[in-house]
Design a protein around this ligand. Structure first.
Ligand code: 5GP
Ligand code: SF4
Ligand code: MG
Length: 491
């Protein structure tokens, strides 16, 4: 912290401190326009997007000029049931799933955000992170605005409500022209849906058709589940207005010369059965694994994926190296966030509850563990040690992305720089810290070369420290101490 010790901090310093405390959301969004079962379809879409956020889920439908809202903490299946869905009537709906870091897992941040304007109700579901939200919020609060959440997405709703433009879509354009950073969003109005993507195109957003209705989804796997036809991806900087069964496309924002699609969506975040910008996630990950095998070969007996996210890269590594692929690590898919551990602690409990080794396959063998990324290094430390306990002769770790050296400011939940193991340690030191016999990361050059096949520009800032939208002093939304909703009944 800068400033003269002992003196009161300036308003700017206070703001910067608040901004340094930022958190980021990982989210999935979905929308339907013109379907008799809009909320039900949205529920299914969110089901397919559950990997993008497990903290809260929400659906808002438009019926008879009103918005019907249902939001709750937990998984989509926990929040909704048949009776509840039946109450969300209407032909248009938007939905959201959200994950955030633990401190901010509260209902008041659950989306879609709802507001009433003089042009009718609006509900907004946002994926991404705005880099100047704290500053705008500070300005608005100075002019008397009252915020009900700590999420950066609420800033858009406020800007929209205050805009003097005539129609809601013009107001949204006005609001979005003031924010910087990443957004793929869907907005429900009284009788339609607006979808928009930031000019850099950080986060995915796809458009599909279902029985004459329009659907919008963060990922194509959600279109697959509901049997919708993929139509196209929204373009960076594009806004699509869906009203009365018609689509109108606007390009209200100047576009940078090159796209900054989040390469980490391809590496880790998106589901492998999705296509991002028409490119198969599965195939890309597999290709990263092949390149990784060429960059960091090793003599070994088996290639083992760190499930689930390391699977495709491990397949590529095995294929390229000729070393047999074995799923010698098994994952329990029913693990919840908290467990009741016995008072007497169990060795490796924290990791064993989620993963276990197949000892018969591992004993006496030289193992290559393939992982998609190392963040804090805690997962691998435990897994390497588990393989040693299972009798592995050697444990080599290969990572299908470069060292994560910087935080994401555009909507992927990463810890602060200081908590990133690759920021504070060299590759040699990380190898030692996780206890592996060898450690090889994909190089940034190889990632960029492989990504060149994607036909769209990428953001790789967390690996390269080259941030396409400057974050500087007004990064991230502020974290404020506000009220806490302990319980909330049906709306
Ligand atoms: P670490 O244990 O090193 O902190 O975390 C690395 C593991 O977390 C890897 O298995 C990787 O697949 C996963 N991971 C990487 N980025 C993210 C993220 O943004 N969110 C979540 N939930 N997991 C992540
Ligand atoms: Fe994606 Fe990393 Fe860029 Fe964030 S910084 S958008 S995680 S590539
Ligand atoms: Mg993983």
């Amino acid at each position: 912290m800068s400033g003269v010790p002992g003196s009161a901090p300036s308003p700017d310093e206070v703001l910067r401190e608040r901004e340094a405390d930022h958190f980021h959301d990982e989210c999935g969004v979905f929308a339907v326009h013109g379907h008799p079962e809009a909320a039900h379809i949205t529920y299914l879409g969110l089901y397919a997007l559950q990997h993008r956020g497990q903290e809260s889920a929400g659906i808002v439908s438009a019926h008879a000029g009103e918005h019907l809202v249902m939001r709750g903490m937990g998984l989509v299946a926990d929040v909704f049931n048949e009776a509840r869905l039946a109450r969300l009537r209407g032909r248009h709906a938007v939905g959201h799933v959200r994950y955030s870091t633990a401190g901010e897992s509260e209902l008041r941040n659950a989306q879609p955000f709802c507001a009433t304007t003089d042009s009718g109700p609006v509900a907004l579901a946002h994926n991404g992170n705005l880099v100047n939200a704290a500053r705008i919020r500070h300005e608005l609060e100075g002019r008397g605005a009252i915020f009900s959440s700590t999420s950066d997405s609420e800033v858009i709703v406020h800007l929209l409500a205050r805009s003097r433009e005539a129609t809601l879509e013009e107001r949204l354009v006005d609001a979005l022209s003031r924010v910087r950073g990443a957004y793929s969003l869907v907005m429900l109005t009284r009788d339609g849906v607006v979808a928009a993507r930031d000019p850099h195109g950080f986060r995915p957003l796809s458009l599909g058709r279902l029985d004459g209705a329009f659907v919008v989804a963060s990922e194509t796997c959600a279109l697959d589940l509901i049997g919708a036809e993929f139509e196209r991806d929204l373009e960076p900087g594009e806004m699509v207005v869906l009203r009365r069964g018609r689509l109108r496309s606007l390009r209200p924002f100047p576009r940078p010369s090159r796209q900054s699609f989040c390469v980490f969506e391809h590496i880790y975040f998106a589901r492998p059965d999705s296509k991002l910008e028409r490119q198969s996630v599965y195939e890309f990950r597999k290709q990263l694994g092949r390149v990784l095998a060429r960059e960091h070969p090793v003599e070994a007996d088996l290639v083992v994926p760190v499930l689930d996210s390391g699977t495709c890269a491990a397949l590529g590594y095995a294929e390229e190296s000729g070393i047999p692929y074995e799923t010698a690590l098994i994952r329990n898919h029913y693990v919840r966030r908290t467990f009741i551990e016995p008072a007497q602690s169990i060795r490796l409990f924290g990791v064993k509850v989620k993963h276990n080794t197949v000892d018969a396959i591992v004993r006496g063998r030289r193992v290559v563990l393939v992982e998609d990324s190392i963040v804090r290094g805690t997962t691998l430390l435990k897994i390497v040690s588990m393989f040693r306990s299972a009798g592995a002769r050697e444990v080599h770790v290969r990572v299908s992305s470069p060292p994560t050296i910087g935080p994401c400011h555009y909507g992927i939940d990463t810890p602060t720089r200081e908590e990133l193991i690759a920021h504070v340690r060299s590759v040699g030191e990380i190898r030692e810290a996780i206890g592996a016999d060898s450690l090889g990361y994909l190089s940034l050059e190889a990632l960029r070369e492989t990504a060149a096949s994607l036909k769209h520009g990428i953001c790789d800032a967390c690996f390269s420290d080259e941030y396409p939208v400057p974050v500087g002093e007004d990064e991230g939304p502020p974290q404020l101490s506000l009220f806490r909703i302990v319980e909330q009944g049906d709306e």
